[in-house]
Design a protein around this ligand. Structure first.
Ligand code: DON
Length: 617
């Protein structure tokens, strides 16, 4: 797809912008300045950026928790590829990061692998043949996605969270058993492992089993998070016994042992997906459902399948960028990049008012499309043309005024394009052959709905709240969504999660990234990419830089600590309402270093998470 340059009003305004803006040094100019100090090279040995990524001579795992990152790196050392490492890290996170993800949740995985022999067993399997049919060729290798988002049970009804007066019952939508959709994590990770991994599944599950059985010292951040989640967790007897054994949250340094979760993981290691969706783990979940008002049945569990998906692809400034179609959050991210591509963001500079204004306005337009048009397309391939092709993107772009904020009411009146159609966690892996995997997974809120399955030891998601509970009513992330994302049996709720891969212009692998953060995932990932690709920051600086977020409604820019007061004043002058927000996202990212630059990889743990780790192989 080619980008047609915007015309008319935009071009006029852009010209005006160029005239009023003093020239700023872009990345190229900055490099020029560094060259000017060549005489000092090797004497002062200063670095040009404030933060530096971790480096490794071979592969790298960046994950939200150190035991899990170590589990993945151990797979790389044992001869596994990026998929083995990502799956081992994910299963380990389901033990060590119980507030963010788990066997009771779901998510999305995006992989790119260089050519290599598929495992003999994998080549035979019908599900692996199906997934191969969804692959996208890119550079020397192939990419594919796995949608393991949770699915509404057969008993789900569009109006299930409305009270007698037609109001949304927020408690029912987020806290009880009805808030839980059929979990997808186990099916998704196992599908990736058996079709693309090299190591036996039991080896890949071993670190998670060990972590659950032998336990791990509770970190300060987990202890603080348990304290913050006390209301939710103490309401459930199994969660209370697990996390509050002496009536108070486990303290830093105390051991968290999860023997029931260990047994559930062992059943998966022995029986594969059937060891979770059937057998005694399923029986434990069904007993819990039957004791309460839980809608999930044995048939729902048996019917769950992870979906192989062909990634969406655009080119941004010459770089192929891959992300996943709905219900994942990749389409809005790619649409945002397409909208912003022709603007001279390098000239405005990173985190300038002019640049942040353009970003916020583009985000609002993208959220307008998302809220009105997107929902689970079902198993059939998603047609992205009406959202990403030149013509619709040009129409949307013409609605951006570089000088003034366009109020939400005005954008909503214009409508979406005519229809032609401290939770969650992200991990990124690079292996020594340049294989890349990005996985974002979630149970939605911190600790999901707080209910631990007795006898199986995992927390349940509350992802039914990501559906539109009622058109026009905001969900937990303030998203005001439409009927396209309505609840129906077998549907998957729309997500913002967007594992993303970026390639060098020659098609060689470059970056794997993604983030938690609910609706702010889109803006967090976009800003990492803009900082790296447009502003030339290194990966660590690109991740660390302060972020903003805007999502059309509520109508304001949220900003993180670090955006300067005079930038905020300039944004206010353009008509934006502003609100200081909490830290946004946690973009654990990796980058492959080309062989001509010495090879190996960089890894970044987002400084917004004190306890994350980038672990070299
Ligand atoms: O899928 C989604 O869009 C959300 N349920 C993700 C939740 C999340 O990222 C929470 N993070 N802070």
């Amino acid at each position: 797809m080619r980008v047609s340059l915007p015309r008319g009003r935009w071009l006029g305004s852009a010209l005006a912008l160029a005239l009023v803006l003093p020239p700023r040094p872009g990345p190229a100019a900055t490099r020029g300045m560094a060259a000017g100090t060549a005489a000092l090279d090797g004497v002062l040995q200063e670095r040009d950026q404030r933060v530096q990524p971790a480096w490794g001579p071979r592969g790298m795992v960046a994950a939200g928790e150190p035991h899990a990152a170590a589990a993945g790196a151990a797979m790389l050392r044992a001869g596994g590829n990026a998929v083995d490492a990502a799956v081992a890290t994910s299963f380990a996170l389901s033990v060590s990061l119980p507030h963010a993800t788990g066997l009771g949740g779901g998510g999305f995985l995006l992989l790119w692998l260089p050519p290599g022999p598929p495992g003999a067993a994998a080549a035979e399997r019908p599900d692996c043949r199906t997934i191969r049919g969804r692959e996208l060729a890119l550079g020397r290798g192939r990419a594919v996605g796995i949608d393991f988002r949770e699915t509404a049970p057969a008993a789900a009804r569009g109006e299930q969270f409305l009270d007698a007066a037609g109001r949304v019952d927020r408690d029912r939508a987020t806290r009880g058993l009805q808030s839980t959709a059929v979990p997808g994590t186990v099916a998704g990770l196992l599908l990736a492992q058996r079709c693309y991994g090299r190591l036996p599944p039991a080896q890949v599950l071993a670190p998670a089993i060990d972590l659950a059985r032998r336990g791990m010292p509770v970190s300060r951040s987990l202890s603080q998070s348990l304290q913050a989640g006390a209301g939710l967790l103490q309401a459930d007897p199994t969660s209370r016994a697990l996390f509050f054994p002496a009536g108070r949250p486990l303290q830093p340094g105390q051991r968290l042992r999860q023997p029931q979760l260990a047994a559930s993981l062992e059943r998966i290691a022995r029986g594969g997906a059937a060891g979770f969706y059937g057998g005694s783990t399923a029986a434990a979940l069904l007993r819990l459902m039957q004791r309460g008002d839980g809608p999930i049945t044995a048939a729902d569990l048996a019917a769950y399948r992870a979906r192989p998906v062909t990634p969406l692809r655009i080119s941004f400034r010459g770089h192929p960028v891959l992300a996943l179609p709905p219900p994942a959050g990749g389409l809005p991210l790619l649409q945002l990049l397409r909208l912003l591509e022709p603007f001279d963001l390098a000239a405005t500079g990173a985190n300038s008012a002019a640049g942040l204004h353009l970003l916020a306005e583009a985000l609002n337009l993208v959220f307008l499309q998302r809220n009105a048009r997107l929902g689970d397309p079902g198993p059939q391939p998603f047609n992205a043309e009406p959202f990403l092709a030149d013509a619709p993107v040009a129409v949307l772009r013409s609605r951006i005024d570089p000088e003034r904020h366009r109020p939400a009411a005005e954008l909503l009146r214009q409508g979406a394009l005519p229809q032609e159609g401290e939770t969650t966690t992200h991990l990124s892996v690079a292996d020594r052959r340049g294989g890349l995997v990005a996985v974002t997974s979630s149970i939605n809120f911190a600790y999901g709905n707080g209910i631990t399955v007795p006898g199986a030891g995992f927390l349940l998601n509350n992802h039914m709240d990501d559906f539109t509970t009622r058109p026009g009513s905001p969900n937990a992330f303030g998203l005001v969504q439409g009927s396209a994302n309505g609840i129906a049996p077998g549907r998957r709720p729309l997500s913002s999660m967007t594992p993303t891969l970026v390639f060098r212009p020659d098609g060689s692998p470059w970056i794997a990234t993604g983030s938690p953060g609910g609706s702010r995932i889109l803006s967090a990932v976009a800003q990492v990419l803009l900082n790296r690709i447009v502003h030339g920051l290194n990966l660590a600086a690109a991740v660390a830089a302060p972020r903003i977020h805007s999502q059309l409604l509520p109508e304001r820019i949220q900003w993180e600590e670090g955006i300067s007061p005079d930038t905020l004043a300039l944004l206010r002058r353009r008509g934006h309402a502003l609100q200081r927000g909490a830290a946004m996202g946690a973009a654990q990212s990796v980058e492959v270093i080309p062989r001509r630059e010495g090879g190996g990889s960089y890894g970044v743990n987002d400084p917004r998470r004190a306890w994350a780790l980038a672990q070299p192989e």
